[in-house]
Ligand binder design. Sequence first.
Ligand SMILES: Cc1cc2nc3c(=O)[nH]c(=O)nc-3n(C[C@H](O)[C@H](O)[C@H](O)COP(=O)(O)OP(=O)(O)OC[C@H]3O[C@@H](n4cnc5c(N)ncnc54)[C@H](O)[C@@H]3O)c2cc1C
Ligand code: FES
Ligand code: FES
Length: 453
Amino acid sequence: MKMTVTVNGRKRTVDVAPLARLLDVLRDGLALKGTKEGCGDGECGACAILLDGLLVNACCVPAIQATGRAVVTIEGLAEAGEGRPEPDRLQQAFVDEGAVHCGFCTPGMIMASRALLEERPHPSESEIRVGLSGSLCRCTGYGTIVAAVAKAAGEGYPERPLPWKSGGGERPLFSPDEAERFFVPESLDEALAILHRHPDATVLAGTTDLLPDMKKGRAAPERAIDLLRVPELKGIACDGSVIRIGACTTNGEIIRSPLLRERLPVLVDAASHSGAPAIQNRATLGGNVANASGAADHLVLLLALGASVTVASVRGERTLPLEDFVVAYRKTACEPGELIREIVIPLPPEGSLQKWIKRGSRQALTLSRVSLAFHLEREGERIKVFRLAAGSMSPVPLRLTETERAVTGRTITVETARLAAETARSEIHPRKSPDYRRAITANLVRRFFEELI
Ligand SMILES: Cc1cc2nc3c(=O)[nH]c(=O)nc-3n(C[C@H](O)[C@H](O)[C@H](O)COP(=O)(O)OP(=O)(O)OC[C@H]3O[C@@H](n4cnc5c(N)ncnc54)[C@H](O)[C@@H]3O)c2cc1C
Ligand code: FES
Ligand code: FES
């Protein structure tokens, strides 16, 4: 396909495969070697760039979705100098603070820092660490890097706007063979009509599951439909007693949503801890649900919140409780020709409590080893409604219904906390590291109730 993309302010056209990674387009197609490849599956941040102003990992973006958009790479930060480009203040601060360690990771770290300072010109140290949480250094540590970002911020960086919103929105120009296999609909009706004609096609959302899976050996889809240009699949709205979130709404959009911060902060919390910023800017809620994995963080929370899923096809729409929608590992109740249109979440009643907890091998970025989500409503001193869901224990997240039943109707006491912890411990049957997962689950459940006493 012919792909037109604005890179560092210059329109470029290249011939590439629709599912080629933007990383390869930049490095091999456009000879911009500043963007590096480390892990190749979204974990290390070496390939971080800005796509329409948002930090993303170029190894997780297919060319079909980058077409018509604006890209800024590390080469785009340098200032025009006499004879050769000069480093900008942020790049210079990395040099001054000795923050260029192995050098391989530095371009991605600088792009992550630029994205952070664009959003927060005066970040605290912990905000810098969160902003850089998707940029891994395994040689030296983060002290000098944090100091470099703070130095640039102190000097009033960024002082120069970047050309990141200048993408013309062009669609890819497919070859005749590709035109039968790749699609970029711009409305829901168009997307559903294509899916009706090609029920075997794979739909592409943020591709943070799909592209890393392809790297690990999953076959590339023969046919694919990009959903990211479909406006009806975006957006967050409060509609009476429910919150509706379009399937292609990203974690980044959830985190930045004033509505969710006020009405459903627990979802903002979960989104903030699902991957690091470059993943959050791509990963969608619908993709997390559709992937139907036991480790999907949002699935766990949505189960505890009593959410439903609305699917659409040319035949119309239907809404299913999430518990009926996720059928088995990587299997949902979506029928051929259907896609997820939105997630519907009941607004938690006033005075109720929601909590989501995740434990992984690192605080940010990584998939959970254990995740738990709680929803609790009280009537007077007694527990009226209690829902508890657990992830990373089984092929798909589960409601712990025995624990729910054990505590419903009781008052919250040390005895209730102990009963809930022990019931949860015996109710889960993790295949991997069962003792560890049972112990962590019991401790977290007990602590949830103890904190309420
Ligand atoms: C480095 C890294 C860290 C991660 N960390 C976390 C984490 O902490 N917690 C977590 O839960 N996940 C994590 N993930 C996994 C991933 O980011 C999430 O599951 C994400 O929400 C998937 O959304 P997506 O839009 O990228 O899905 P995609 O990869 O685009 O799609 C995933 C699957 O869903 C299907 N699909 C997508 N949208 C729809 C739709 N509307 N209707 C029907 N089918 C659809 C696709 O066809 C595909 O089969 C991580 C991934 C990476 C690479
Ligand atoms: S190469 Fe590691 S995140 Fe892209
Ligand atoms: S900067 Fe690359 S591993 Fe430390």
